[in-house]
Ligand binder design. Structure first.
Ligand SMILES: NC(=O)c1ccc[n+]([C@@H]2O[C@H](COP(=O)([O-])OP(=O)(O)OC[C@H]3O[C@@H](n4cnc5c(N)ncnc54)[C@H](OP(=O)(O)O)[C@@H]3O)[C@@H](O)[C@H]2O)c1
Length: 428
């Protein structure tokens, strides 16, 4: 069977898709029984010079050249944007074309609407590349964990933040210098907000939570903290206690009967002995805990031309198989359930706390008294002189809830000569 593809976007990912389709055409045909080829591509700027593989088909800036073309069965959206991509995908689905997209922002915010439109039209909508680039995590969750009960999905799912934290740790760079290096090397955009403030990871975690737990969270349901306030002193102190600081996305069942779900993006302390601590620079990893399987980790490139294109190709070949078997129209993820969002009292973890106090007699005693009043006890404690006559107290605690931490934050805010400089969860 000949299957025509219409490509929206010929940038990093789009070019990779074209390369794999052309270079591996025979293998794809052997595996799927179908011949997949790009019939038409739509771009933003027709005057841009394009070379190599991407000259073998017409290029236009008119969406209808693809959407009205009866020879095109699959639309690949790899152009980014929110409203325009939504409009194009919706029109493609209503024209009974299957859609493959890498657009995490769109799928995280309006994915459920598009899934419904795809189902109504009996067509496929796949988006493996939207989470963790080259790591095949979504299809793994939807096909290999069907019968297992997942208790947690956690991962390093933003390569930019991981690159910055790795550089701060291994090369002792200050945050601003590590960010500049990430920008110079093409790992961070000129406006890095989405990456360093945790929003990119949050979009991916929304999609992961949907696949792992069947829930449909919105951005406001997540607790989101980025890495912009991580200091080199925090990293050095964490390292001294045997931990790396990593920006993690963590979705997990919590509560006495695991009745609720906590969905959080934040920098956390990961023991050096844990596999997630060995994920360096721009790489990603996703850890899945299942009641039956135990712990599984998928590691690999979270972005980049060819890794991301490989995930798009995985979706394309799945559509091709559905077409050959006449079975399209099943949702990528059909798991749906309602779970309550975790309360602060249900978000429990050990903590790494940094407090700065006036370096006066009895100051440390009053700090420990505040924590004792909130029923938070320490397992390790270290005090070092800080600047301007203050002392820096770094502590690891026994498990404590966000509710207890909120009590401490209020107490400290109302006290003189003491400042809660940092607070991180310990991942285990
Ligand atoms: N890059 C990665 O490693 C990666 C990884 C995972 C997911 N993604 C996702 O994949 C998508 C594409 O990323 P990318 O890095 O390939 O982007 P990119 O390099 O900036 O390429 C975007 C492409 O889309 C075209 N385009 C942009 N706006 C358009 C519009 N309104 N109408 C028609 N064409 C338009 C551009 O046209 P011109 O060529 O004319 O400018 C360009 O060809 C995004 O959703 C991104 O989040 C990317």
């Amino acid at each position: 069977m000949d299957i025509g593809i219409g490509l929206f976007g010929l940038g990093t990912v789009g070019s990779g898709v074209v390369k794999i389709l052309q270079e591996n055409a025979d293998q794809i045909t052997k595996r799927t029984g179908s011949r997949l080829s790009v019939k038409h591509a739509v771009v933003h700027n027709l005057n841009k010079e394009r070379t190599g593989f991407i000259q073998n088909f017409p290029i236009t800036d008119n969406a209808t050249d693809i959407l009205n073309n009866p020879d095109i069965q699959i639309v690949v959206e790899v152009m980014g944007t929110l409203d325009q991509a939504y409009d194009i995908i919706k029109r493609a689905l209503n024209a009974k074309k299957h859609v493959v997209t890498a657009n995490k922002d769109l799928i995280a915010s309006r994915g459920q609407e598009l899934v419904t439109i795809a189902e109504t039209n009996g067509v496929d909508l796949f988006f493996e590349a939207a989470v963790a680039g080259g790591i095949p995590i979504l299809r793994t969750l939807s096909t290999s964990f069907t019968a297992d009960e997942i208790s947690r999905v956690a991962g390093i799912i933003n390569g930019t933040s991981n690159f910055i934290l790795t550089q701060m740790t291994t090369n002792n760079l200050a945050y601003a210098n590590a960010l500049k290096l990430a920008q110079d090397m093409g790992f961070a955009e000129s406006d890095p907000t989405n990456d360093v403030e945790g929003f990119d990871a949050a979009y991916k975690l929304i999609i992961l939570s949907n696949f792992a737990f069947g829930v449909q969270p919105v951005l406001g349901d997540l607790a989101i903290t980025g890495i912009a306030n991580v200091t080199d002193a925090d990293i050095a102190d964490a390292n001294a206690f045997g931990y790396a600081i990593k920006l993690l996305g963590v979705a997990q069942r919590v509560g006495d009967t695991k009745e609720a779900i906590s969905i959080e993006v934040s920098p956390q302390l990961v023991p050096f002995s844990h596999p997630l601590a060995t994920v360096h620079n721009e790489n990603n990893a996703v850890l899945v805990n299942g009641e039956s399987v135990g712990e599984v980790m998928l590691y690999g490139p979270g972005a980049g031309e060819m890794p991301t294109a490989n995930s798009v190709l995985s979706d394309l070949t799945n559509v091709a198989t559905d077409l050959a078997l006449n079975t399209p129209g099943h949702p990528f993820n059909s798991f749906n359930q309602d779970l309550d969002l975790a309360k602060p009292s249900q978000r429990i973890a050990r903590r790494f706390i940094v407090v700065e106090v006036d370096d006066t007699p009895g100051a440390m005693y009053s700090v420990t008294g505040m924590f004792a009043a909130a029923k938070i006890s320490f397992t390790d404690l270290k005090q070092t002189p800080a600047a301007n006559g203050t002392a820096r107290m770094v502590a690891l605690t026994h498990p404590a809830s966000d509710a207890q931490l909120n009590v401490i934050k209020t107490t400290i805010r109302n006290a003189d000569g003491i400042n809660l400089a940092a607070e991180y969860k310990l991942f285990s």
